[in-house]
Design a protein around this ligand. Structure first.
Ligand code: DAH
Length: 478
């Protein structure tokens, strides 16, 4: 490249970074992808994180202020003068490559707090919506996401499409019915799921998007997003986490050519694909397939790996129930699907001991991770723990009433103390036969990842917890 060319692309890169910087503080830019088109077909959608690392791209930026306000960004990439660059599959990019940026469909307060009596979403949960940790390329969750995306880009044939900005508010139809979750399944209970109203929930898994994405005509895709579950609190459970869903559809000609039936064909392809993905993440590890049950697949499997001295479940998957595929316009075809949790993989690979760390903005955590340092097995990135501040333990005893559930208690505690709650555990449970009443004692551990807590502030929080238990929860404290 001559000097003028260099100067031009440097200037463009600057403009590019300006645009990114302008967008990031509000976290409104959800997704920027460059579509790589060949003979009219989209071969790959390259997330911007990868695009930025490719200075040979001659980007033209045109970002009107109004677009920034809306969190939208539209980028047109001009044809490279001499298209030397080839993608992983050896094609040259078309001269009409288009880059698009999609604004975040921001979740508004009104959408979440419907005022409906069925609503059980808390402020604490709402505050996590739109954080989009998986969009940060140097965040451990962003790193895992991109490593898996990269793997799917190396596969032969048409590229997998990627969706990481689908709205987490979905209908109960999408979250449960479309993926055949039985009517009496526990996950439908408001004790386990966040309801906006009786027919709308915060998705509890990315499987909620299978049907709509298939209906749009996509036949191989990945969906990544934040999912929400009411749950107890400890080092590995957090009411918001991130999942990736993968789906691939096959035509009859594909299994006929192989001389096997569709289910067998899909199951074999599924296992090969996911074993490859697992090696891409974990290196050469021992793997085993375990039979499993999911409402959406038949047969269903879990993949386990032997890693750091123990067997670890990596993902759930299976051959998609034909009813789901048929209902989404895929009659006569076959499909596989898988789902995995990003936090768990990141915790194991990078030795992150507490799930709350993903949410901290403490630089002692965030500065430790760099996308470029990833190596299969995670050895290139190891979390170095920084000094832990002392915990503060508080016990509360009460007579249990009919409405009491542990999830409700955790939800209330988290609402009051946010991420300062490390743990809520039942330490005593007895029934007084004479008066036929059951007593529980819970121990709440408060600890900050970032600073020392004062006795006064913990006492104030604990007092609020007790008030809420005695008030809203109607419990008789002892
Ligand atoms: N939705 C499941 C969960 O949240 C994960 C999962 C399992 C997704 C198997 C799938 C699948 O697509 O085939 O636990």
């Amino acid at each position: 490249m001559n000097d003028a060319g260099l100067a031009e692309s440097a200037a463009e890169d600057l403009k590019w970074h300006d645009a990114m910087n302008a967008l990031q503080p509000g976290n409104r830019l959800l997704r920027v992808v460059e579509e790589e088109v060949y003979e009219g077909r989209c071969l790959a959608k390259i997330p911007v994180a990868l695009g930025i690392r490719e200075p040979a791209y001659n980007r033209r930026l045109n970002v009107p202020a109004s677009a920034l306000e809306r969190g939208e960004l539209s980028i047109r990439r001009q044809a490279a003068p001499t298209p030397k660059w080839r993608n992983a599959r050896g094609f040259e990019p078309s001269t009409k490559t288009l880059a698009t940026a999609v604004g975040a469909p921001a979740v508004t307060r009104e959408e979440v707090f419907s005022g409906d009596p069925y609503n059980n979403v808390s402020e604490n949960i709402f505050s996590k919506m739109g954080r989009n940790l998986h969009h940060q390329e140097d965040h451990p969750l962003g790193i895992i996401k991109n490593v898996i995306w990269e793997y799917f880009d190396t596969l032969d044939g048409k590229a997998f499409e990627k969706f990481d900005d689908l709205k987490p508010i979905v209908s109960t139809e999408m979250n449960f019915d479309q993926v055949l979750v039985p009517k009496d399944h526990v996950s439908r209970s408001p004790n386990d799921t966040y309801y906006v109203d009786e027919e709308t929930v915060l998705r509890c898994h990315t499987s909620a998007h299978q049907t709509e994405t298939l209906q749009q005509g996509h036949d191989r895709f990945l969906v990544i997003g934040d999912v929400y579950r009411r749950d107890t609190i400890d080092a590995t459970h957090y009411p918001v986490f991130h999942q990736m869903e993968g789906v691939r559809v096959f035509e009859p000609a594909e299994w006929e050519a192989a001389g096997v039936d569709g289910t067998e064909f899909a199951a074999k392809e599924l296992k090969e694909t996911l074993e490859g993905m697992t090696r891409h993440l974990f290196g050469n590890v021992e793997m085993r397939w375990v039979d499993a049950y999911f409402p959406f697949t038949e047969p269903s499997f879990e993949l386990e790996i032997f890693f750091k001295g123990e067997w670890l479940e990596v993902l759930g998957c299976g051959v998609m129930q034909q009813q789901i595929l048929d209902g989404a316009g895929g009659e006569g075809k076959k499909a596989w699907a898988f789902g995995l949790g990003l936090e768990r993989l990141a915790m194991v690979l990078f030795e992150i001991p507490d799930i709350r760390l993903f949410w901290t903005e403490d630089e002692r955590f965030t500065k430790q991770f760099k996308a470029g340092d990833f190596t299969p097995g995670g050895a290139g990135i190891k979390f170095q723990s920084f000094s832990k501040f002392p915990p503060c333990l508080k016990d509360v005893s009460f007579w249990v009433n009919d409405e009491f559930t542990e999830n409700n208690l955790c939800e209330q505690v988290r609402n009051i103390a946010g991420d300062l709650v490390e743990n809520v555990v039942l330490i005593d449970d007895f029934t007084n036969k004479k008066i036929n009443k059951r007593s529980n004692c819970y121990r709440i551990t408060y600890r900050s990842m970032e600073r020392s807590l004062t006795n006064e502030e913990i006492d104030a929080l604990q007092e609020k917890v007790r008030e809420t238990m005695a008030g809203e929860m109607g419990l008789e404290l002892r």
